[in-house]
Design a protein around this ligand. Structure first.
Ligand code: FES
Length: 170
């Protein structure tokens, strides 16, 4: 069974059973002086709302993203990210108090709307009240798809090695 997560609170995108929505190109603002190279690269990451191809037991399948970008599947509470040669699947909930995370286009990173914790596109904690990275699901490639195992959710502070390996090379 999937670990329980609360319904999205504040900042969730609309739910739907629609086919994948077209990608929404992020509007990029001016990059502030001193912005890190990582943030500059991440700022180009496109964002989309989407839904799974299939759900079978604990496995949720998505098309392998063709390019770097982030997709939020609100129904299954999963964020799928392709970034720098890997695919990641995150729990939509912030690891601090379970608020639904948002992609902050202007800064090229995830941010929690509740207490403003910030995370890189690979889920690495940057700042804020959270005490760990975004929680990662086990993920694997399967042909042209990505399969997320929602029964295997890793917390970086308690399961460091599994958390670090919870990604698939693309
Ligand atoms: S709920 Fe996300 S930082 Fe507190």
């Amino acid at each position: 069974m999937r670990p329980e997560t609360p319904a999205c609170a504040g900042g969730c995108a609309p739910t739907g059973r629609r086919e994948f929505l077209g990608r929404v190109t992020t509007a990029l603002g001016a990059i502030m002086l001193g912005f890190s190279a990582t943030a500059r690269e991440a700022a180009a990451l496109p964002f989309a709302l989407g839904e799974a191809l299939a759900v079978e037991g604990d496995e949720v399948s998505y098309p392998l993203p063709a390019a770097d970008g982030a997709t939020i599947d609100r129904k299954n509470e999963i964020i799928l990210v392709r970034w720098k040669g890997h695919v990641y699947a995150f729990n939509l909930s912030c690891p601090h108090q379970n608020t639904a995370l948002k992609w902050l286009a202007s800064d090229g990173r995830f941010q929690c709307p509740k207490h403003k914790s910030k995370y890189q596109p690979d889920g690495t904690f940057m700042s804020g009240r959270a005490t760990r990275n975004m929680d990662r699901f086990a993920v694997k490639k399967s042909g042209k798809n990505v399969v997320v195992n929602v029964a295997r959710l890793f917390e970086s502070d308690k399961q460091k090695a599994p958390w670090e390996s919870a990604r698939a090379a693309v």
